[in-house]
Design a protein around this ligand. Structure first.
Ligand code: 3PG
Ligand code: MG
Length: 425
């Protein structure tokens, strides 16, 4: 069903409470991949430019339910302030403000205080102090709340906690695609508590749903799905769902070795899920020729950057482990992708973080980029590791869409909807 978006709401002067997924990797206080923040900017910009008062809420990592400094969103506020002011300067927006306020995150290099939109940071997401900061917001201001998961009630979707969050907003926007598969307070309880008010999706969710939705409901054919990663168990439901829709399923990653066991082959010390072998047998029986498994594999005795590797076509020797798809498989999979009009890829083909085992993932990424360029194929990279790989290989702009949701994109491919989005206007 078509969803109302933030563009359908007059936000001028209104408090816009927006759930974003700013769960970004942070190392030593530095954000190592800001894609999720950058991808939320179109919605953020739209609210600011139309004079909305924006209150942003997100989780970061998996804290135990109380405040933990390493999971603070403060570094995110600083990056957000840079991005807001790079793409946006409100004349006089910050005039007369107390610029020494510690919680006003500014990037002095970007613009003078006079022309900057204020991005404030609140040390908590609920409570009287936050209520005060919200009340002080002026049109075009932004307030980022501290990590929602510093309250255990967030993941429990506690109705009282949800009501306290809901109080912050006149309008609810969900643009947290990466968290759309979680029925938590901020994604479910809050829009429930805001019944009667406008509750809409942002432009990032709109874009993600368009790419993933079109791919599952009306894919241009041939439709090739590529599934990798360590575990079959993570991908069972998506394999089942895609068996009906895709023309071909290319399997890589350690997951392939569980399928090898199902075929009665030897896999040496490779990572497998023995309790999933029966299931792999069933999937193979059901799939007929649709499922393609690697013809050859890159094997080694250790998973290191300096490992001695071999390519093997048959059984994997007892003292060795498979870590990547081999050259014949790379060529065969690339040829399959070259014929496709729609490609969905989730999960790396090998241990791409280690140089000797990166070629399979690289070849598939390149084949996706080529298919888009040469055939106008729609190529969609599920989030998580495959998104990181494509990013790392500099091919993110060369494919049609890199999702900001790992678990979320998988779940959407499985079920075709999210309850957190179903409840919105
Ligand atoms: C993610 O990165 O997968 C999302 O932000 C959701 O986080 P979670 O898996 O900890 O719920
Ligand atoms: Mg996850």
């Amino acid at each position: 069903m078509a969803k109302k978006t933030v563009a359908d709401v007059d936000v001028k002067g209104k408090r816009v409470l927006m759930r974003v997924d700013f769960n970004v990797p942070i190392e030593g206080g530095k954000i190592t991949d800001d894609r999720r923040i950058v991808q939320a900017m179109p919605t953020i910009k739209s609210v600011i430019e139309r004079g909305g008062r924006l209150i942003l809420m997100s989780h970061l990592g998996r804290p135990k339910g109380g405040p933990e400094p390493k999971y603070s969103l403060k570094p995110v506020a600083a990056r957000l302030a840079q991005l807001v002011n790079q793409c946006h300067a409100v004349p006089g927006a910050a005039k007369g403000r107390n610029t020494t306020d510690l919680h006003v995150m500014r990037d002095p290099a970007e613009a003078s205080a006079d022309t900057m939109a204020a991005v404030r940071f609140a040390d908590d997401c609920i409570g009287p102090q936050v209520d005060r900061l919200v009340a002080e917001l002026r049109d075009g201001d932004v307030l980022l709340l501290e990590n929602l998961r510093f309250h255990k009630e967030e993941e429990k979707n506690d109705p009282n906690f949800a009501r306290q969050l809901a109080r912050h907003g006149d309008v609810y926007v969900n643009d947290a695609f990466g968290t759309a598969h979680r029925e938590h307070a901020s994604t479910f309880g809050v829009p429930q508590a805001m019944q009667g008010k406008r509750r809409v999706i942002g432009f990032l969710i709109q874009k993600e749903l368009k790419f993933l939705g079109d791919a599952v409901t009306r894919p241009a054919k041939p439709f090739v799905a590529i599934l990798g990663g360590a575990k079959v168990s993570d991908k069972i439901e998506v394999i089942k769902a895609l068996l009906d829709k895709a023309d071909t399923l290319l399997i890589g990653g350690a997951m392939a070795y569980t399928f090898f066991l199902a075929q009665g082959r030897e896999v040496g010390r490779s990572l497998v899920e023995r309790d999933k072998v029966e299931l792999a047998k069933e999937l193979l029986a059901k799939a007929g020729k649709k499922i393609r498994l690697p013809q050859d594999n890159v094997i080694a005795s250790e998973m290191t950057d300096t490992a001695q590797t071999r390519v093997i076509e048959g059984d994997i020797p007892a003292d060795m482990e498979g870590f990547d798809i081999g050259p014949r498989t790379r060529a065969a999979y690339s040829a399959e992708i070259a014929r496709a009009k729609t490609v969905i890829w989730n999960g790396p083909m090998g241990v791409f973080e280690k140089k000797p085992f990166a070629e399979g993932t690289r070849a598939v990424a390149q084949a996706c980029a080529d298919a888009t360029k040469r055939n106008g194929a729609v190529t969609i990279i599920g989030g998580g590791d495959s998104a990181a790989a494509v990013e790392q290989m500099g091919l993110a702009e060369a494919v049609s869409h890199v999702s900001t949701g790992g678990g979320a994109s998988l779940e959407f491919l499985e079920s075709g909807h999210f309850s957190t989005i179903d409840i919105l206007d």
